[in-house]
Write a protein that binds this ligand. Structure first.
Ligand code: NAP
Length: 300
């Protein structure tokens, strides 16, 4: 039995990770959260470095998947200190402990480490984050490599999947706009690659299984959905699923206001595919699963 410690287990991706690892034999899951500690989750404040060291020292997991982060670009931009504390300093603490207890750490990162001017991006492409969120995640990557000998980084683009509320993912937020029926502008400027969290969780499990068989496995990897879409284009697919109109949705052809965003951070996923790792559910199918999972909101 291999022990997997998951941070951010109450979050959008974390919940999918817990479902994936709990459903498969051979893994014991230690799932931690902070404010949203529902059944099966353990409360652990990642900013309390001593408690994290004590917890990891006691349980000595074989693997750490570090998914907790502040990932809302505008929140990051407005609160740099809190962002750095969680995205950089807490990551450094976990990496140091991982190295001491010989646990293999997988750090979840973002395609926002790139500036979006020359896609597609491979794991060795030049990074140049445009906003504080991207900067802090890149610094998190660097601090991990300074402190672990072997580990993994998995960069991801915009995520969606089973949500607690439509506001939780910027993909499902589009569905709120669709049903509201009042005129609203939706971004038709940035090319996104919406990625289903269940596919990411599947990929993470495959990476950990691959590492179990291949002790040299280490490095930075990319995973992504394979359909380029602006949010405006996603709205059209969602309208098909919800059988709603799009007449009130106006395409916005310029960059959004707020923290600067890259225009196209397509991630090249060749390296994981070459190892036989990967899953890419079609957007139409995955968004139908996502929207039908929200109790009592849509009649699907
Ligand atoms: N969402 C995206 O579109 C996207 C895109 C690319 C990459 N990523 C990356 O994917 C990862 C997961 O993102 P997500 O969307 O699942 O995030 P999320 O839904 O915002 O969840 C954030 C998680 O961090 C936890 N957390 C916050 N402060 C904490 C603290 N002090 N101690 C312990 N836990 C704390 C939260 O716990 P509580 O809620 O219980 O407090 C929550 O579980 C992140 O590393 C993010 O950078 C996300």
């Amino acid at each position: 039995m291999r022990k997997v410690f998951i941070t951010g287990a109450s979050g959008l991706l974390g919940r999918a990770l817990v479902r994936e690892f709990q459903a498969k034999p051979g893994f014991e899951v230690l799932a931690t959260a902070f404010n949203r500690v529902s059944a099966g989750l353990i409360k652990l404040d990642l900013l309390d470095f001593g408690s994290v060291a004590e917890f990891l020292g006691t349980h000595k997991p074989d693997f750490i998947i570090h998914a907790a982060a502040e990932r809302r670009p505008d929140v990051c931009q407005n609160d740099p200190e809190a962002t750095k504390a969680l995205n950089i300093h807490a990551t450094k603490n976990i990496a140091c402990i991982a190295s001491q207890i010989e646990s293999w750490m997988l750090y979840i990162s973002t395609n926002y480490v790139f500036d979006g001017t020359s896609p597609p991006y491979t794991p060795v492409s030049v990074t140049n984050p445009l906003n504080l969120y991207g900067e802090s995640k890149l610094e998190g990557e660097r601090t991990m490599w300074k402190n672990v000998v072997s580990g993994g980084i998995l960069r991801l683009p915009i995520l969606y999947g089973e949500v607690e509320t439509l506001d939780e993912s910027s993909v499902t937020q589009i569905a709120s706009a669709l049903v509201a029926q009042s005129e609203i502008g939706i971004d038709d400027w940035a090319n996104r690659y919406p990625t289903f969290v269940d596919d990411v969780a599947y990929v993470c499990r495959q990476m950990l299984e691959y590492r179990s068989e291949n002790s040299e496995f280490s490095g930075t990897y990319h995973w992504s959905g394979n359909q380029p879409m602006t949010k405006y284009q996603m709205a059209h697919v969602m309208a098909e699923v919800l059988e709603s109109t799009v007449d009130h949705i106006v395409p916005v052809k310029h960059p959004p206001i707020g923290a600067p965003r890259p225009q196209d951070c397509q991630l090249d996923c060749t390296d994981l595919k070459a190892l036989g790792i990967g899953k890419q559910t079609a957007f139409l199918e995955a968004i139908r699963i996502t929207l039908s999972s929200i109790d009592g909101v849509f009649d699907l």
